[in-house]
Design a protein around this ligand. Structure first.
Ligand code: ATP
Ligand code: MG
Length: 368
């Protein structure tokens, strides 16, 4: 898909803005606190997802304003389409001027991948950030996974509260087998989906990282299932494996009141040239790894959904050397890309695209 025009009204510090982007690379440059990330955030919200900054909807309305509006016209599936979100006390979305029951109705229609510095948490934080990343990606390509995850989380909560109840109502112990069976079944499906997705993502991420690093480094990633579920266990046997593991952990789980086995404990491992990126990677290597991951996600969307997502890169250039910056500016041209940065100098390396100058929430000038 390609965005033809973006219009914002009362969105954070942007009172009114109209942007007609280039088909390929668009650079939004400007000093700090001018509204560059706000623009990227507005674009991202059109995917129907929540703000990547973790912002509440009320925070998106310009101070003192009763509403905010984000709308875009875009070309997808051979025709021009429109998407709009109106933020008032509640959110209302429209697709092609028809009201949607919820903004999540835009998911999978307005397709984008976003990188912001907060996404470095994917490498730097604990495993839950990586699991969330994998789950969000899988949900984009397979909406059934949303229901699977919420079923799993509900079942896990119910098993945990049963574990606690058993300590003072021991007759409830008989009911634990039913929950174990359900949890093992859901765990097997989740791990199978996640492993398959990460395997496919790893191939693309490896290729992209090799390009970013001018073939000097190799990135490897793999799904780490907790509790010793090794790669030689065939996925057809996952349910039995989880049932057995839950059985073995039962005594301990009853003591702690917590389920110690399952996909809520899994992780994803990243290595550059065989070295763990979280523990030993430089800032540039960590940033490049997350970028490779995000760009790999966009390639998988293309492969599986046959769409080219818009790529949103907020403040990505700092900490990257010239050759890595050059890769981003000139090797992603199959997609429409929006890149924010403070320094207009990056524009010099751009071979094909537009640059926009953001000043106090206004796009001041435009150069091609
Ligand atoms: P940096 O280069 O530092 O990342 P930026 O250009 O990306 O800067 P933004 O994060 O887009 O800056 O924020 C720009 C400004 O928007 C900030 O000064 C902030 O105070 C302002 N702002 C945030 N929310 C609102 C709001 N709801 N209403 C009005 N202004 C807001
Ligand atoms: Mg910013």
């Amino acid at each position: 898909m390609k965005i033809n025009a973006l219009n914002l009204t009362n969105f954070r510090n942007i009172a009114s803005l109209e942007l007609q982007p280039a088909e390929h690379v668009n650079i939004i440059y400007g000093d700090n606190a001018q509204g560059k990330t706000n623009l990227i955030e507005a674009l991202w919200l059109l995917t129907g997802a929540k703000s990547f900054r973790g912002a509440k909807d009320a925070e998106l309305l310009q101070f003192g304003s009763g509403f905010a509006k984000v709308s875009a016209s875009f070309f997808k599936e051979g025709r021009d389409q429109t998407a709009e979100i109106l933020f008032t006390a509640k959110k209302q979305a429209q697709l092609n001027e028809i009201a949607l029951p919820s903004v999540t109705g835009l998911a999978g229609i307005f397709c984008a991948v976003v990188f912001s510095p907060s996404h470095l948490s994917l490498i730097q934080d604990g495993p839950s950030a990586r699991r969330r990343f994998a789950d969000t990606c899988i949900c984009q390509i397979s909406p059934k996974f949303i229901a699977l995850m919420s079923d799993y989380n509900r079942t896990l909560l119910q098993r945990n509260s049963l574990l606690k109840d058993i300590s003072y109502s021991s007759y409830l112990l008989d009911t634990l087998d039913v929950w174990d069976d359900r949890l093992a079944c859901l765990s097997a499906l989740i791990v199978k989906n996640r492993k398959q997705y990460i395997q496919r993502l790893a191939v693309h991420a490896g290729e992209i990282y090799s390009g970013i690093s001018s073939k000097k480094e190799t990135l490897q990633m793999r799904y780490l299932a907790a509790g010793g579920l090794t790669d030689d266990v065939p996925d057809g046997q996952y349910k039995e494996w989880f049932l057995q593991a839950l059985g073995q952990a039962r005594a301990e789980d009853l003591k702690t009141g917590c389920t110690s086995v399952g996909p809520h404990r899994d992780d994803i491992d990243f290595e550059i040239n065989g070295m763990n990126v979280r523990s030993f990677g430089s800032q540039g290597q960590q940033r490049s790894s997350v970028l490779a991951l995000k760009l790999a996600e966009s390639r998988l969307i293309r492969e599986l959904l046959h769409d080219e997502p818009v790529i949103l890169l907020d403040d990505v250039m700092s900490e990257l050397d010239k050759s890595r910056q050059d890769y981003l500016l000139n090797h992603l041209s199959e997609n429409q890309v929006f890149i924010t940065c403070c320094d207009k100098g990056y524009f010099d390396a751009l071979q094909n695209g537009k640059a926009f100058h953001m000043v106090k929430g206004r796009l001041q000038n435009e150069e091609c």
